[in-house]
Design a protein around this ligand. Structure first.
Ligand SMILES: [Zn+2]
Length: 248
C-alpha cells in the first residue's frame, strides 16, 4: 500500500500563526480584516494544488471545487471550516508546540508555567497516548478551533487530488470568517455554493459526528436597578436612584 505524506500537522502549525481573531464589537464584515490573511494563503495553496475553481470573495469567504472524476450521478458534498478564532484570548504571536509521542505526562506551557494540561483535567488525553499533541505556549489561544478543521480539509483536498483512483463527485470547499462571533453564515451565497449536503469540521473528539444542532440567537438584556449583595440587600431598594444600572 502506498503511504501518504500527511501535511495536516505542518499546515496546522503554520495556520495558527496567522492571527484571525474575530471581534464581536465590530460591525463590518468580516469583523476583522486580518481574517483575510489566512483566506489569501488558503486560496493560493488550493491553486497550487491544481484546483482551478478557487475564489476568495469580498467578504473573505473561500470557495473552491475539486472537480468530479466519476460519471456516476452523486450529490455535491461541501466540507466547511471557519478561519477565525475566539475573542476570549489573544490570537497574536501564537507559538504552537508539538509534544511528540505523548505519554500522559503533565504538559506545562512554557510561557506561563502556571498553565498545566493534565489527564485529570482533560480525561480525553488518556485516549491519545502515543499521539503527537500540539499546544499553545501559554500566552495565547492555540486556535485549534477551527484551524484544525481548516488544516484537515486542506490535507484532504491534497489527498483527493493526488489519488485519482478514489472516485468522487464534485466536492465544494468552504472556509468562513466570523463563526466565533455568530456571523459565520451571514454572507454565504448558498446558490453559488451549490452543495446538496455538507459537513462542518469543527471541534470535538476524533471520530465524533453531530447530526443535529440548534439555532443560537443571542439577546442582550439591560436591567436598570441597583446591584446589591443578597447578604445585605434588604431595604436597599429604598435607595434606588435613576443612575443605578447593571448590565448582564
Ligand atoms: Zn469552531
Amino acid at each position: 500500500m502506498m503511504t501518504y505524506d500527511y501535511s495536516v500537522a505542518e499546515r496546522f502549525m503554520r495556520y495558527v500563526q496567522i492571527d484571525t481573531q474575530s471581534d464581536p464589537n465590530s460591525t463590518p464584515f468580516p469583523s476583522t480584516e486580518k481574517q483575510k490573511n489566512l483566506a489569501t494563503v488558503l486560496t493560493q495553496e488550493l491553486r497550487d494544488m491544481g484546483i482551478v475553481d478557487v475564489e476568495m470573495d469580498a467578504h473573505g469567504y473561500v470557495y473552491a471545487t475539486i472537480e468530479r472524476n466519476t460519471a456516476k450521478d452523486v450529490p455535491v458534498i461541501c466540507f466547511c471550516a471557519h478561519m477565525d478564532t475566539a475573542p476570549d484570548a489573544s490570537g497574536t504571536n501564537v507559538k504552537p508546540l508539538l509534544h511528540a509521542n505523548y505519554q500522559g505526562q503533565d504538559i506545562v506551557l512554557p510561557d506561563d508555567p502556571t498553565q498545566v494540561i493534565t489527564t485529570t483535567s482533560h480525561p480525553y488525553l488518556q485516549q491519545r497516548i502515543g499521539d503527537d499533541i500540539i499546544t499553545a505556549s501559554g500566552l495565547t489561544l492555540l486556535g485549534a478551533d477551527d484551524k484544525a478543521g481548516v488544516a484537515i480539509i486542506m490535507d484532504f483536498a491534497k489527498y483527493v487530488i493526488n489519488h485519482p483512483e478514489v472516485p468522487h463527485g464534485n466536492i465544494r470547499i468552504l472556509f468562513t470568517p466570523d463563526e466565533e462571533v455568530g456571523r459565520g453564515v451571514e454572507k454565504i451565497d448558498m446558490i453559488k455554493l451549490g452543495a446538496d449536503y455538507g459537513y462542518t469540521l469543527d471541534g470535538g473528539e476524533r471520530g465524533a459526528l453531530e447530526a443535529e444542532s440548534f439555532s443560537a440567537d443571542g439577546a442582550t438584556v439591560v436591567i436598570h436597578g441597583i446591584s446589591a449583595h443578597p447578604g445585605y440587600a434588604k431595604g436597599q431598594d429604598a435607595q434606588f436612584h435613576e443612575n443605578s444600572s447593571a448590565i448582564y
